[in-house]
Design a protein around this ligand. Sequence first.
Ligand SMILES: C[S@@+](CC[C@H](N)C(=O)[O-])C[C@H]1O[C@@H](n2cnc3c(N)ncnc32)[C@H](O)[C@@H]1O
Length: 497
Amino acid sequence: MPEDFAIIDLFAGPGGLGEGFSQAGRDPGAPMKIKLSVEMDDHAIQTLQLRAFLRSFDEFPQEYHDALNCGSPLPDWADLYPANWKLAKEEARQRVLGESGVFEELAVELDRTREDYNGNTILIGGPPCQAYSLVGRARNKGKAGYVPEDDHRHFLYREYVRILDRLRPAAFVMENVKGMLSSQVDGGGIFSRVLDDLEVAGDGYHLLPLSKPAPSDGSRAAARDFLIKAEDHGVPQARHRVIILGVRSDLAKKIELEGPILGSPQSPVTVAEVLRDLPRVRSGLSRGDDADAWLAAVQAQASAIAASDAAPQEVREIARAVAGANRLPRLRSSSRRKRSGELPAQLADWLLDDRLEVVLQHETRGHIPDDLGRYLFSSAFTRAFGRSPKLAEFPEFLQPAHRNRRSGDFADRFRTQRSDRPSTTVTSHISKDGHYFIHPDTMQCRSLTVREAARLQTFPDNYLFCGPRTKQYHQVGNAVPPYLAFQIAKAVRRLLG
Ligand SMILES: C[S@@+](CC[C@H](N)C(=O)[O-])C[C@H]1O[C@@H](n2cnc3c(N)ncnc32)[C@H](O)[C@@H]1O
């Protein structure tokens, strides 16, 4: 009988990493399940609790699918299945790591889990990354008096290390943004400090890269080798993240590695392949929206682009077609799934749920008419030239009235996702506006919906994000792509035997 492993997920967000590990753990030959996940955000914790509840059944309860398929609110689970709901709330805990008393409370749980599972535990998680991310750093630089050493977010990874030290799991997986490789504090690189701390935690860990072969002499891999490109592993998104695998020293001695742990790169999956079967929907007008008003606004923008000498001929032609089109979508949300069978087979298995008859959280945002014109221009340009236009290439009448627009910092302010390749990184910025995530279909003239962003992140279609729409986007953008996490989980579990 293969041994069962318990997973502890820290800074769990909406549970992207945890979803991959949970699904991998359903294999009876490599059992593992989440015992505890810790997250502080009000909405992400609801998402985690719902998922923990659903997973507590062999098959999701019929009431879940019934509610989703009918578009009705979810039942009161505490009333319907009190024992499962109670367990879910114990599993997914809303706590602020680093706050007084939290470690002490969790330590009791960690000790018990290590004992119950005979040491067979795996720690996963990604400490928050705003302080390391390149965008976050640029923003911090602009803050008067910003001192990196005083930003506690630089040191939240120590909460992870503290728990690692206490739990002494068989293995851990830590995820972070690429910026962690180059972030500096106290005149030194934070990354080497993180690796040093991870290496000596508990009984000591051997740190392994996942997509590059580990050095054969047992030395530490080069920092850049810890970078993983999600698009090399079947994810329709160019998302580059640092992922460190640590295997407890006593176990690492027994492992013989040949080649990269995650295997060779797979062929890329494109945006079109994962979005094509979702219903076509129109964007909205942020004021006075209805289908006719929207149509009139889009066609006015399309006519202006078609008539503009500043727009390339190819773009003007596409705009002319939009201006004269009589079959633009009229609905802003649609739950009716198209069955086009376009999804690559392994992703179809991963994303689709036969019991789900509808598309969840596929509702568009409203925009001002000027942004509709920019989206139209950007998506038409991308279709014509195979790249998203720089801001300087937009005709003057579509230029935003932003005083810094000529600085070059906003050159990619509007970005259409190309349909014929993986998307760019879906970040939590998508919660602020959709300008970086314009849908490639000019006729829909809009940014991506939550479900489309979730598809690019490889969240299964039955994954429901709790909270208002901006919070749903935020959760999606924060996560590790579950399908990547699934592959990591299988590989790690295989190593542990
Ligand atoms: C990058 S996200 C993690 C994503 C997650 N690994 C996934 O795959 O879905 C980081 C999360 O840490 C949470 N967080 C930040 N500081 C925290 C703290 N002190 N305690 C608990 N959670 C925290 C944030 O709310 C955010 O959801």
